[in-house]
Design a protein around this ligand. Structure first.
Ligand code: PHE
Length: 449
């Protein structure tokens, strides 16, 4: 078998897994959902749900991965009983397919971010940027290819000299850029109004079912759950680490960056509004949800004079970095399968699998109007939660309890006495599947509650 990699330290794992979790979901998706769901009330619900639902499922993935030290298919087979092995392996395959589907649309959006970063650079240099910042088939295709080449090159280099090296370098830069932008935007007229909306939750909205639903799917997608990414990253954690603590650090980082991204984007929206950019219609609905980042923010940057160019470059570079540390974690799922289960050399696996997914991405670019949304919904609203339930089912009902405890005791010998052990196993057994199932039924429209 090809030799497996391992993260070289606790910090390296936390940065790589946070790099996976923190992405377009946090910096693009989260602020849009905050803006369209009444500000602080959404932030509050999202944080609660991340702790109550997403963290326990994250732990399920990490513990399975580190126990089996293999790709998702082998890992699931290892914790299965004879009777459930087929289901375990199918779950692994399905996760792999979902990770690939997510990468196929994610890379297109990420490509737009790279295009905007380059466009801002050109405009500062006095060269026309219009091809880079206006929507066209050619632009989407070209930048999708560029983004795939970046992603594949990192994954081809392996766990410690590829994923770890780039995540540990890029993540601190990302955080620095966000903080700088928050400080700058906070000084602009109009920002104070945004801070008020963001920080004062309107608790009457917390019970709104569509807000809860949005917050739940956001919590899932944002922590990279239900595709096997965290399972594979878990398989590269050393046995001497305390898993619940690592998982908590990653969840806290993910929430932290989402909240920071909100502090950047929400005040920015109000600054833009102050400068005459139309954001909400008369009924108070967000006019452009997906266009928020690509239209509203550049419009804001344009009103800032000379500084606007630099802010724009920084912002879109930041988006591209965040997307890259996530996309490598998606590609790692099928690549780990090719190297672990089929002994394909890593670089070859990364290029072969990467190019296959790229071909599908190009198909999406060509059929954007009818196919793109379907793939996004299938992967994020259907597959991810369902696979999440299956992971819970295996940890809670199938995997032998003594083996589960044994794995958690690695790096934490007192595990049996901890609050985590007293609550978590039954929690993933009953509570998580029940909540996710309710969510799925609700979103399929079968029941209205
Ligand atoms: N968590 C990433 C984000 O917020 C997306 C992602 C989903 C990454 C699934 C890996 C797997 O952008």
């Amino acid at each position: 078998m090809a030799s497996r990699g391992e993260f070289s330290s606790r910090t390296a794992f936390i940065l790589a897994a946070s790099g996976s979790a923190i992405g377009l979901g946090n910096i693009w998706g989260f602020p849009i959902k905050v803006a369209s769901n009444g500000g602080g009330a959404f932030v509050f619900t999202y944080i609660i749900l991340t702790f109550l639902l997403a963290y326990p499922i994250l732990m399920a993935e990490l513990v399975i991965g580190r126990h089996a030290k293999a790709d998702t298919v082998k890992s699931m087979a290892k914790i299965s009983s004879d009777k459930t092995r087929w289901l375990g392996m199918s779950t692994g395959y399905w996760g792999m397919l979902t990770a690939s589907l997510i990468l196929s649309f994610y890379a297109i959006i990420a490509g737009w971010m790279v295009a905007h970063a380059l466009g801002s650079l050109l405009s500062v240099a006095g060269v026309s940027e219009s091809w880079f910042v206006s929507d066209s088939l050619a632009r989407s295709a070209v930048f999708c290819v560029i983004f795939f080449v970046l992603t594949i090159s990192v994954v081809a280099n392996g766990v410690s000299s590829g994923i770890e090296k780039w995540s540990t370098r890029l993540m601190p830069i990302l955080i620095l850029i966000i903080v700088l932008l928050i400080i700058y935007i906070a000084t602009l007229p109009g920002a104070a109004e945004g801070w008020k909306v963001y920080l004062q939750p309107d608790f009457s909205k917390v019970t709104d079912p569509s807000l809860v639903l949005d917050a739940l799917s956001q919590a899932f997608f944002s922590l990279s759950l239900g595709v096997g990414t965290m399972m594979v990253y878990g398989s590269y954690i050393s046995k001497s680490e305390n898993l619940p603590r690592l998982g908590a650090a990653v969840a806290a980082m993910d929430i932290g960056i989402a909240v920071l991204a909100g502090m950047l984007v929400i005040p920015a929206i109000y600054v833009a509004q102050h400068n005459g950019v139309v954001i909400y219609d008369d009924a108070g609905n967000l006019i452009e949800s997906t266009g928020l980042i690509f239209n509203v923010l550049p419009a804001l940057f344009n009103t800032m004079g000379a500084a606007g160019g630099i802010v724009s470059i920084l912002f879109f570079v930041l988006m591209s970095i965040a997307a890259l540390t996530s996309s490598i974690s998606m590609l790692e799922v099928p690549v780990a399968y090719a190297t672990d289960s089929h002994d394909v050399p890593r670089a070859k696996a990364a290029w072969l699998v990467g190019i296959a997914i790229l071909v599908f991405s190009i198909l999406l670019v060509l059929n954007m109007s009818w196919l793109f949304g379907k793939v996004v919904n299938f992967a994020t609203e259907f597959s991810e939660p369902l696979i999440g339930i299956l992971f819970c089912f295996f940890v809670g009902w199938v995997w032998r309890r003594d083996q589960l405890l044994g794995e958690l005791q690695e790096g934490n010998p007192q595990m049996q006495e901890t609050l985590f052990w007293k609550i978590w196993p039954n929690y993933v057994r009953f509570v998580c599947p029940a909540i996710v199932l309710a969510l799925l039924i609700r979103s399929s429209g079968l029941l209205n509650f």
